[in-house]
Design a protein around this ligand. Structure first.
Ligand code: ZN
Length: 166
């Protein structure tokens, strides 16, 4: 088994909040220890003799995984428009581009398998996966109020009894 993730650098949260407008969302992202999660995963993988491949995080979610062209985001940050005229959800693009980058780092027999799988991906598949990603987001958003009620990131420190929210 091989794990693949983006090489996040030292301050991934700072980059992730750059294009986020909601202060609540910015706060939640900054409170999430992304680097610690990746480091922990690397430790656990090493303990078990599994491999963790880190790849560049450059433009994975902004590049069309079929055509390799830079996408624009005229309707918001979720879904990108390829210059060739089709839409791709940014998470779908990211996963496929990360796989392609990982393939460059693997031994030939693994690399070939990954490349063969990626070459089967077409615009139609991208459309179907993008719709599924949007649907999954809708489902998780309808469940979110319960999570917010338990631990609201916006509870002010002076009123919330010092939740440690800084
Ligand atoms: Zn495209």
């Amino acid at each position: 088994m091989i794990f693949v993730t983006e090489d996040l650098g030292e301050k991934p949260q700072e980059e992730m909040v750059e294009d986020k407008r909601s202060p609540q969302l910015k706060h939640r992202i900054k409170q999430t220890p992304m680097k610690a999660v990746v480091d922990k995963t690397a430790d656990k993988a090493a303990e078990r003799g599994l491999r963790l491949v880190l790849v560049s995080s450059y433009r994975n979610s902004k590049t069309c995984p079929v055509h390799g062209e830079e996408m624009s985001f005229p309707l918001g940050s979720k879904t990108g428009l390829c210059p060739r005229g089709h839409w791709v959800h940014r998470d779908v693009a990211a996963v496929l581009n990360i796989m392609r980058r990982a393939a460059e780092r693997l031994e030939p027999r693994y690399a070939e398998a990954v490349k063969r799988a990626l070459s089967a991906v077409d615009v139609k598949a991208l459309g179907e996966w993008s719709r599924s990603a949007l649907e999954a987001e809708r489902v998780s958003q309808t469940k979110r109020p319960a999570v917010l009620a338990r631990a609201s990131p916006m509870t002010p420190v002076h009123e919330g009894g010092g939740r440690g929210c800084r």
